[in-house]
Design a binder for this molecule. Sequence first.
Ligand SMILES: O=C(CO)[C@H](O)[C@H](O)COP(=O)(O)O
Ligand SMILES: [Co+2]
Length: 218
Amino acid sequence: MNTNMPILAPSLLSANFAHFQEALTLVHQHQAPWLHFDVMDGQFVPAITFGSQVVASLRDKSETFFDVHLMTNTPERHFAAFAQAGANNITFHIEATHHAHALVQQIHTLGVKAGIALNPATPLSAIVELLPFVDLVLVMSVNPGAGGQSMIPSMLQKVKRLQQMKSHYNYPYHIQIDGGINESTIFAVKNAGIDVVVAGSAFFANPKLDLFLQRLRS
Ligand SMILES: O=C(CO)[C@H](O)[C@H](O)COP(=O)(O)O
Ligand SMILES: [Co+2]
C-alpha cells in the first residue's frame, strides 16, 4: 500500500469557464500541487472543452504543475502546442493510437513528462509494455467525457495491480485516478495505493470540500 499523501490535481473541467483565474486562485489557496486540464476534441469524446491557449493564459500566473489530459484522436497533433504553452505533463489515451511508445518518445523530446490513460473497459495488458517508459498512468474511473459521474469501484483493482508492478519492478510512474473521487470514495482510493487524485466536481462544486480535503490529507 502507498502510505504517502496523494497529490491533489483539481480538474478545471468543473470550474466556471468564465472565471478560470478565480479557479486558479482557489487551487493556490487550497495548496493543490497540480492542476488538471481536460482537453476534449468532440471526436474521441462528444464534448469540446479548450485548447492550449487556456494553458498558456494561466501559465504565467502559476507555478503549479500543469497536467494535461488529452481526450482527443491523433493526440500527437497537439503535443507541441501544449508543450509550448507550458504543460508539465501530457497524457494521451491508449485507445487513441497504435503507436503509444513512439508518442511517449515524442512527448519526452519536447521536454515534458508523458502519461498514458486507459478507459474503464481497457485492460492493463494494453499498456503493460509501456510501463517502463511512462511518467504517469491515468486510470479512468468513469467513462471519459464529462465530470460529475460516479466512480466505478472495480477500477481500484487496476490501481492495486499497477502499484504492485511499480513496487516489484521499481518503475518510476505516478498512478493517477480520474473520475468520481470525492469525500465518500477517497478512503477506498487511498487504500488501493494511489499517487495522484484528480478531483473536478469534488473540488470546484462541493459544499463538503473541507471534508474531502481533510480525508484526502489525513
Ligand atoms: O477526465 C475527466 C472526464 O473525462 C475529468 O478529469 C473527471 O471526470 C473529473 O471530474 P469529476 O471529479 O467530477 O468526476
Ligand atoms: Co481528466
